[in-house]
Design a protein around this ligand. Structure first.
Ligand SMILES: [Zn+2]
Length: 255
């Protein structure tokens, strides 16, 4: 569904915490690795890196974790943890030049662990700044409980911009947002509790049974709307809760 929204030119950005790279296999959700300051920025931004790549712990060397790597051998034995070939080469050059040898970096998955430095952090900062300036009118938060402080901050900043445009903040998760998160973001316009992978099917069902249905059949088909969909959630801060008709929300969801 996100790929389709992107294909239609309605997706500003997909920020993902997934490292399995499933989304970037789709044609309209591509990314660049490493990210660069060159615009236009890619549609998908991997906030926590990419498990299919290896990078050197010391220099900027990057390579794929592919079959060649897994099957190849180093020092006569197959080892998964290896020294960086670029660092090794540099050491060879230093040796020929009569200079002191330096330690080589280790190849490791190019993922960002908690509290680790993100190698593309500065570029991501520029991209989020650019996205905030473009004033998006909808923010969908899906499959996360927002426990990572950096992601939580990003959501708060985006939510502020979206609400300033009278846009909608939509939460889709197996669990409802905690009260702390509701207060932090101020309020959500729509909360969907359930498996986010079912949402594309529900949206299609809605199109089929409500939006495109003849008027006389509308009442019966409205029952297809999932019970778990809630219109809004009010925080302790007492923020105003928006109430919109399902049709309006549906339009915003797919707009
Ligand atoms: Zn290296």
């Amino acid at each position: 569904m996100i790929n389709s929204i992107s294909e239609q030119g309605r997706l500003q950005r997909l920020y993902t915490q997934n490292i399995d790279c499933l989304e970037i296999q789709l044609p309209y959700l591509q990314t660049e690795i490493p990210l660069t300051f060159k615009q236009p920025y890619p549609k998908t931004i991997q906030l926590h890196g990419n498990v299919n790549l290896l990078s050197c712990s010391k220099c900027s060397y990057i390579r794929e974790l592919d079959d060649d790597y897994l099957k190849s051998k180093q020092f006569g034995e197959r080892t998964l943890i290896r020294t960086c070939p670029e660092c090794e080469e540099m050491n060879q050059v230093r040796k020929i030049a009569g200079k002191r040898q330096q330690s080589s970096g280790i190849l490791r998955p190019r993922i960002v662990l908690y509290n680790e430095f993100h190698p593309d952090g500065e570029v991501i900062g520029n991209i989020t700044e650019s996205d905030l300036k473009s004033k998006p009118d909808c923010l969908i938060i899906s499959g996360t409980t927002l426990k990572i402080p950096g992601v939580r901050r990003l959501v708060k900043e985006m939510a502020k911009v979206v609400h300033s445009r009278n846009g909608y903040i939509i939460w889709v998760n197996l669990d409802e947002p905690s009260q702390t998160i509701v207060d932090y973001v101020e309020y959500f316009d729509l909360i969907v509790v359930g498996d986010c992978q079912l949402v594309p099917g529900l949206v299609s069902l809605y199109d089929l049974t409500v939006v495109n249905a003849p008027k006389k059949k509308k009442r019966a088909k409205k029952q297809a709307t999932p019970k778990s969909v809630k219109k809004s959630c009010k925080g302790e801060s007492g923020a105003t809760v928006k109430k919109e008709s399902p049709t309006t929300l549906k339009k915003k969801l797919t707009a």
